[in-house]
Design a binder for this molecule. Structure first.
Ligand code: NAD
Ligand code: GDU
Length: 331
């Protein structure tokens, strides 16, 4: 079995490649390095630098390496950027995904996993949110991902391709063995930014909005460890290989933490009391996103092993320290 991982030089994709290699699978990574890093590609994976929207290239890669499953992480991921540049997000996340799916169909790839997002639910009325909740994204990012889910749904009805869309809630942390982590210096994710503030790489942290209808006025999110998430993907591939039907699964722990609770955890774990400012709301942020993850537990038998906010923060901090050491060594 050879798995094609698009976006395998990025944060979550690099953890998926670790999980696949740990399970002894052959891996080809396709990445255009727009936000990923060549050094983050696993040394035992074949690396192809290119775009997942290049249908001819993807077709050649599938045939040359005998690809029988595609795991599609490549995309643009910053919610507020999508509000400013919707067409850029529809191009990279929707149009290029269509080309990738077309190449999969044309070359008979039977299995496809897609990185979807809790952003497809928008301002959900229910909490926790089940997969059956209304799909009503409040950002172009969420819409761009939902359209790809719908393309997969319709394609799987018309062709012998089975898919699983995994709707991630907030992914955080780093490989417990320190082999990968979130490496973008311009990352906007809360835990990443807070660990940078704790290590003095940012002067302060802004809290975007303190007037949400939540217990402390800041947004609630369900933070999932990236290694637990990668394991869910390996289970999803096994499920499809065993004849499982196409499906959609939430990926989260089912518990929400507020922005202020996350900041407290980073201060507690790092022992650093960095400055925190209250700032206006950020565009496109729903107040609360917490997963009902019972379906993935029941159908895939997924059992989280790193379900603890302090553990997530400790692993993120360890990775941030190793990035700082890497930078110092390069100077
Ligand atoms: N990080 C999160 O909390 C989160 C939550 C929900 C869903 N997701 C989804 O997970 C996926 C991975 O996110 P991430 O956090 O690892 O982001 P990332 O930016 O670290 O990784 C994305 C990777 O895709 C590559 N890429 C982007 N566009 C490409 C293209 N057109 N062709 C080839 N390569 C391309 C980038 O160079 C990068 O290596 C994304 O699809 C994202 O929407 C992420
Ligand atoms: O410096 C910061 C960064 C974030 N936040 C707040 O922290 C919460 C989490 O924000 P992140 O940027 O870490 O994550 P998002 O919830 O915006 O989005 C993430 O999770 C989503 C699904 O829940 C999407 O899939 C998306 O790709 C991914 O970036 C939000 O309320 C945000 O306003 C701050 O207050 N200050």
């Amino acid at each position: 079995m050879t798995v094609l991982v698009t976006g395998g030089a990025g944060y979550i994709g690099s953890h998926m490649v670790l999980a696949l290699r740990d399970a002894g699978r052959n891996v080809v990574v396709l990445d255009n390095l727009s936000t990923g890093f060549r050094w983050a590609v696993h040394p035992e994976a074949v690396f192809v630098e290119g775009d997942c929207g290049d249908e001819d290239l993807v077709g050649r890669v599938i045939r040359e390496h005998g690809v029988d499953a595609i795991v599609h992480f490549a995309g643009s991921i910053v919610v507020p950027d999508s509000v400013v540049d919707p067409l850029g997000y529809y191009l990279n996340n929707t149009v290029r995904s269509r080309a990738l799916i077309a190449a999969a169909v044309a070359n008979g790839v039977p299995r496809f996993l897609f990185s979807s997002t809790a952003a497809v639910y928008g301002d959900a009325k229910e909490s926790p949110i089940a997969e059956s909740a209304p799909l009503d994204p409040v950002s172009p990012y969420g819409t761009s991902k939902l359209m790809t889910e719908l393309m997969l749904r319709d394609t799987a009805r018309a062709h012998p391709l089975k898919y699983v869309a995994l709707r991630y809630f907030n992914v955080a942390g780093a490989d417990p063995a320190g082999r990968s982590g979130q490496s973008s210096p311009r990352a906007t994710h809360l835990i990443k930014v807070a660990t940078q503030a704790a290590l003095g790489e940012r002067t302060h942290l802004d809290v975007f909005g303190t007037d949400y209808p939540t217990p402390d006025g800041t947004c609630l999110r369900d933070y999932i460890h990236v290694t637990d998430l990668a394991r869910a993907h390996v289970l999803a591939l096994d499920y499809l290989a065993a004849g499982g039907a196409s499906a959609v699964f939430n990926c989260g722990y089912g518990r929400g933490y507020s922005v202020l609770q996350v900041i407290e955890a980073v201060k507690r774990v790092s022992g650093v009391d960095f400055p925190v400012n209250h700032a206006p709301r950020r565009a496109g942020d729903p107040a609360a996103l917490v997963a009902d993850a019972s379906r993935i537990r029941e159908v895939l038998g997924w059992r989280p092993e790193l379900d603890d906010l302090d553990t997530i923060v400790a692993h993120a901090l360890a990775w941030e320290r190793s990035l700082a050491a890497r930078r110092r060594a390069a100077e």
